[in-house]
Design a protein around this ligand. Structure first.
Ligand code: PGA
Length: 253
């Protein structure tokens, strides 16, 4: 059974003290997760070790990096390698968030390299895809996201692709307060799953968690997560508020 996941994406917000308090406020609520449920905190790099320590052995809770570099090591001042993440116990890393694609020119080919490095170090990539507004308005979003998957994931084996989490995040819904309707989310998630099934077979595709991201809030999470092909969410703004994120965790199927 594929996992249902609430993944917080804190982005570049807050300082150490605020991060520690937010994490404490959420963890001290002691929301018990079932075996098929998971909550993941994608925190800024300087807070990874602290977050890992806070989360500890808490069942179902873990920590993700927000990014990694697409080369194993070397003269790349300021970058963080997958090996560094692995060596501090990190099990998850967001790869290809639309903000990275847009502001840091990350290409599908570069993201394929990041995915490979993560998998080699037993780090689960949370691979983001999603279309900008002009593509949605032209109604070509299905081909657009299929290409993102094909160019970054189709080289993987059946076994490895099942080690990935996918996050569908329509760019026009990120941080805008404009959520895709639950029907739009379901349609796209079903499409993504059929694209994966076409390449890797239905059984493999059914094992892959596909999260929805883009203005998920406490008051719309149940409705979005209830869709059959939506396996939870990648949550930005609302994950910075303990009560909001707790409600989102509790909204998992
Ligand atoms: P948002 O961000 O929830 O603030 O729209 C989601 C994301 O970018 O992961």
């Amino acid at each position: 059974m594929r996992k249902q996941i609430a993944a917080a994406n804190w982005k570049m917000n807050g300082n150490y003290q605020q991060a520690e308090k937010l994490l404490n406020d959420i963890l001290s609520a002691n929301v018990i997760l079932q075996d098929h449920q998971q909550a993941i905190f994608s925190v800024p790099s300087p807070f990874l070790i602290m977050a890992k320590t806070e989360v500890g052995e808490e069942g179902g809770y873990d920590v993700a990096a927000q990014n990694c570099f697409n080369k194993a090591s070397g003269a790349f001042t300021g970058e963080v390698s997958v090996e560094m993440l692995h060596s501090i116990g990190i099990n998850y890393c967001i790869v290809g968030h639309s903000e990275r694609r847009e502001y840091f020119a990350e290409s599908n080919a570069m993201l394929a390299e990041k995915v490979n490095l993560c998998l080699q170090s037993s780090i689960t990539p949370i691979f983001c895809c999603g279309e900008p507004l002009n593509i949605r308005e032209a109604n070509t979003q299905n081909d657009y996201v299929a290409k993102q998957l094909a160019e970054s994931l189709f080289h993987l084996s059946d076994r490895d692709v099942q080690r990935i989490i996918i996050a569908y995040e329509p760019i026009w819904a990120i941080g805008t307060g404009k959520t895709a309707t639950s029907l739009q989310a379901q349609e796209m998630h079903a499409h993504l799953r059929s694209v994966l099934a076409g390449k890797f077979g239905a059984e493999v595709a059914n094992n892959i968690s596909i999260l929805y991201g883009g203005s998920v809030k406490a008051n719309n999470a149940v409705e979005i997560f209830s869709q059959p092909d939506v396996d939870g969410g990648l949550v930005g703004g609302a994950s910075l508020n303990a009560e909001e994120f707790l409600t989102i965790i509790r909204s998992l199927k």
